[in-house]
Design a protein around this ligand. Structure first.
Ligand code: 1CP
Length: 338
């Protein structure tokens, strides 16, 4: 079995498997080159030749233990018929969805739109080294919904929070559609060759109390249950970024195999969370920009505290475009003891 998959099963390694969120991306010159050829970002996501190429780039260069499918969480709203544009330097832009449009949404035929993604997954599994885990992914319903409502990333995604308070039933309908679409999407990725999947709830940390339970925990639990009803041994990583104290209990309530943690989680709390099962993440991505002692110390602290239990070494969020390649090399050799 591949090393990362063993960790998801609860195994412990002195040298943990390592990959980085957003490992295919703008910090790599070869990515910037392919991106230029592709034209738009979505052309890259929906062109299997190019998507396979950019997914493999960081594996060739760094030999990570896992590879993550190159796509974006916003291909689901796109496949549901929403307009989506990625503007240089601005991030994603969608048409903010109205109540009438939510009521008219349905997921008929949306898998056809995503067929290039499944082709990419299948080809990746054939082309990747056999020891490299292939991770599929989607966004969690709450996080995807925040972009559908606001039309873009905003500092605290207030439009979606307000909408959920003002129109809870309509918002529930939107979440239900996203649960159904995400379930079908992940099942198809797993059947096409993904070894496991990660569900990114990047905006989980802006909710608390009943709102966190209703919009983050319950939809995540439903997706996990639905995927496992079709693929009983499906392995799932959940990443409720910024969840803080709400990380406690999250694994039990949702049924995920591995809990992703951001850099704000104290290492003694991470250790407690690891007693319940595998964890992933924690290193502040800005330490990779800083390099030197800041990077070495960050790596060493995680290794010292957490290699007695199941750990997937990763950053606490995506690698930034400013990260120098030499610092990524420094990080990997520090983890692997080189
Ligand atoms: O210019 C470019 O090339 C676009 C930059 C970029 C990239 C490389 C975007 C736009 N998306 C991606 C790829 C991507 N996105 C991957 C696969 C690559 C890999 O990890 O190696 C994945 C897993 C994602 C997931 C994603 N997209 C998330 C969840 C993780 C996270 O970062 O929190 C989110 C929130 C998005 C939305 C999105 N797409 C792109 C941007 C800049 C954003 C964030 C927008 C914002 O909130 O302002």
């Amino acid at each position: 079995m591949r090393k990362l998959m063993k960790v998801l099963d609860g195994e412990t390694f002195d040298i943990p498997p390592i990959w980085l969120m957003r490992q295919a991306g703008r910090y790599l010159p070869e990515y910037r080159e392919t991106r230029k050829q592709a034209g738009g970002f979505l052309d890259l996501c929906y062109n299997p030749d190019l998507a396979v190429e950019v997914t493999l780039q960081p594996i060739r260069r760094f030999g990570f233990d896992a590879s993550i499918l190159f796509s974006d969480i916003l291909v689901i709203p796109h496949a549901l018929g929403r307009n989506l544009d990625f503007r240089e330097g601005e991030g994603p832009v969608l048409d903010p969805i109205t109540i009438e449009e939510i009521n008219a949404l349905n997921s008929d035929g949306f898998l056809d739109h995503l067929s290039p993604v499944f082709e990419t997954v299948g080809r990746l599994r054939e082309e990747l080294p056999s020891e490299t885990t292939l991770i599929g992914f989607c966004g969690a319903p709450w996080t995807v919904a925040t972009y559908m409502i606001a039309g873009r990333g905003t500092p605290d995604q207030a439009p979606a929070r307000l909408f959920a308070h003002q129109h809870p039933e309509i918002f529930q309908n939107l979440i239900n559609i996203l649960v159904e679409a995400s379930t079908k999407y992940l099942i198809k990725q797993l059947k096409s060759g993904a070894d496991c999947v990660q569900i990114f709830d990047s905006w989980a940390g802006i909710l608390g109390g009943d709102q966190f339970e209703r919009w983050c925990v319950e939809p995540m639990a439903k997706i996990v249950e639905n995927v496992r009803s079709e693929i009983p041994d499906a392995k799932i990583i959940g990443f409720p970024k910024g969840a803080g104290a709400q990380n406690f209990g999250y694994r039990e309530k949702t049924g995920i195999d591995c809990l992703g943690l951001d850099w704000s989680v104290p290492l003694d709390q991470a250790k407690k969370l690891q007693e319940e099962g595998a964890i992933q993440g924690l290193l502040d991505p800005l330490r990779v920009i800083a390099g030197g002692k800041a990077l070495d110390e960050g790596v060493d602290q995680i290794m010292e505290h957490l290699t007695d239990g199941p750990l997937v070494f990763n950053l606490g969020h995506g690698i930034t475009p400013q990260a120098p390649i030499e610092h990524v090399e420094q990080l990997i050799s520090r983890v692997r003891g080189g």
